[in-house]
Design a binder for this molecule. Structure first.
Ligand code: GLC
Length: 562
């Protein structure tokens, strides 16, 4: 296994809008992040992934970029960004920028020119088509609801937008578009960044015929089979690699929703020179019911979750590929609410999930607030929501008469809405959790008095301290980075267990994923000589691995042995 800094890194994801506000306008900003660099250092992380900070009208919180070379006013200026980069680098923390290559804002210069006339050279930067009679060019649906096509008056044609109507899709089949994007990426690289997280990057190549889709896709929208892992995607990744990454020690992390295992494995196969790692989506879509985000999640079994995480590891290891591991981010429910227990066993289950994240193979991505055990938010009115996806889909259902009031979908929103992950970082029990002195752009979770950095810094049994221990254990034990990965007890519905092994040492991770007690006979291959308990989320006297262990609810243990 080739050694790389990004394989050894523990990543921390910052959603700038909700991290820390320095100027009291209620919106997090770059100087606000700079104030917290010491905290990042204290946590022990090595790499920051910053969600988009480019100039944007914020229809989708920065994923609608108006100018890729300018910082969003609300977040500060280029100088603030440069100072942040310096501060991070001074502490040996690297920085990965979020790059949005699939679409721009409709306010981007290219799109403004593109919509003016059919003759402009910018026309072909986007997808413009004539309607099908009175209907849009095809039946694709936006992932945020409604048709994926918007009629535009000036030229009486439609443009394609897989996300909101303010996010027109770029036409990657046009070589000029690709060159423009590589230039921007190189421009940022030259400023000294350490890589990119590439937004919905496996959507960039569309089937050129743009055919109707007879079926609804996994998010309930039509069209995905004609743009997910599309026809030229591998070619474009290889070209991007040559143009941007080849001569640099920088990392390419692909966000690849709905990626197939077949294509996903190719994306990260080092011999193909495409991407370094990807965020696969199987474990964040497997609990969707047919009603998607507007139905309760379906009941799932632990064996299903294990199968997904194990399958990706098995497949990528065949070619020396690598995994990006995450259990939550700015688009997903809070991990402890989704996979754990945000009631009685919040602390225990948040720690168990942390142990899974930081000891399984792959690079772990921690999403801000996860290290505190932050939970979903108890929304009770649509006016509390900010996410374009939730608001747009709710309005559409209302228009169609499918729902009358927010109460009917309250539970679903409380589970799925992306805003659950976007409530402000909880720094203290002060007003607004210490996030801002002004009026926060989105409500602060009412549990801020129990769950916050200040409190967890002082409590040696807090979730925060558990993360710090796990991060330092990962740094001390190379086996947790480069060791082989082998799952055990694959058909057990309560216990998630695996072994990491190198020529020098081995570790065993065992997690009880249930709120019940469970006695477990330890398989021989999970123990050896000189075993030692490295970490547990309960007080325990079993410092060595014994034959039978009685696990308490959400109990998690990490052992090392020879
Ligand atoms: C990605 C981002 C998400 C955004 C979408 C469109 O999935 O993570 O937040 O809305 O792309 O850019």
């Amino acid at each position: 296994m080739k050694k790389e800094w990004w394989k050894e890194a523990v990543v921390y994801q910052i959603y700038p809008r909700s991290f820390n506000d320095s100027d009291g306008d209620g919106i997090g900003d770059l100087p606000g992040i700079r104030e917290k660099v010491d905290y990042l250092d204290y946590l022990g992380i090595d790499l920051v992934w910053l969600n988009p900070v480019y100039d944007s009208p914020n229809d989708d919180n920065g994923y609608d970029v108006r100018n890729y070379r300018k910082i969003m006013d609300e977040f500060g200026e280029m100088r603030d960004w440069e100072q942040l980069l310096d501060e991070l680098h001074r502490r040996n923390i690297r920085l990965v920028m979020d790059f949005v290559p699939n679409h721009t804002s409709d306010e981007h210069r290219w799109f403004r020119q593109s919509r003016e006339s059919k003759e402009t050279p910018y026309r072909d930067y986007y997808f413009w088509r004539k309607g099908n009679g009175e209907e849009p060019p095809n039946n694709w649906e936006s992932i945020f609801g409604g048709s994926a096509w918007e009629f535009d008056d000036p030229t009486s044609e439609y443009y394609l937008h897989l996300f909101s109507r303010k996010q027109p899709d770029l036409n990657w089949d046009n070589p000029e578009v690709r060159q423009e994007l590589y230039e921007i990426m190189n421009w940022w690289m030259e400023k000294g960044i350490d890589g990119f997280r590439l937004d919905v990057v496996n959507f960039i190549s569309k089937d050129p015929d743009l055919p109707d889709d007879p079926e609804k896709g996994p998010y309930g929208s039509r069209g995905s089979k004609y743009y997910v892992d599309g026809p030229n995607v591998h070619r474009y990744f290889q070209e991007m690699n040559r143009e941007v990454f080849a001569d640099r020690d920088a990392v390419a992390i692909g966000e690849t929703p709905l990626v197939s295992t077949e294509d996903g494995v190719k994306y990260v196969d080092p011999s193909r020179n495409e991407l370094d790692m990807i965020f696969q989506f199987d474990h964040v879509t497997f609990d969707l019911n047919e009603g998607g985000f507007w139905a309760q999640p379906r009941d799932w079994k632990l064996t299903e979750l294990k199968e997904i995480l194990n399958r990706w590891r098995k497949l990528t290891s065949k070619t020396g590929g690598w995994n990006a591991t995450y259990l939550s981010n700015h688009d997903q429910p809070r991990m402890v609410t989704r996979f754990g227990n945000d009631g009685e066993f919040r602390r225990e289950s948040a720690k168990a999930l942390a142990m899974l994240l930081l000891t399984i193979s792959g690079t772990p991505f921690i999403y801000q607030g996860e290290e505190l055990g932050m939970t979903n938010y108890p929304f009770s009115d649509i006016s509390e929501l900010r996410d374009v996806q939730t608001i747009q889909q709710f309005n559409e259902m209302k228009q169609k008469g499918k729902v009358e009031s927010f109460d009917e979908v309250k539970e679903e929103v409380r589970f799925w809405s992306r805003d659950n992950a976007r409530t402000p970082m909880q720094w203290s029990s002060e007003e607004n959790a210490g996030f801002t002195d002004g009026d926060s752009w989105i409500n602060v979770n009412p549990n801020k008095d129990q769950i916050n950095v200040e409190r967890e810094k002082e409590d040696e049994n807090s979730v925060l301290q558990f993360y710090r221990k796990l991060i330092s254990l990962r740094n001390e034990h190379e086996v947790l980075v480069y060791g082989s990965y082998k799952p055990f007890l694959k058909s057990d519905e309560e216990i998630f267990a695996f072994r990491r092994k190198s020529s020098k040492e081995a570790t065993t991770t065992m997690l009880n994923f249930s709120a019940e007690k469970k006695d477990l006979t330890i398989p021989d291959e999970l123990t050896g000589t000189e075993s030692e308990l490295l970490l547990s989320n309960y007080p325990t006297r079993d410092s060595e691995l014994s034959d039978v262990i009685s696990f308490r609810p959400y109990e998690a243990r990490l052992y090392k042995w020879q």
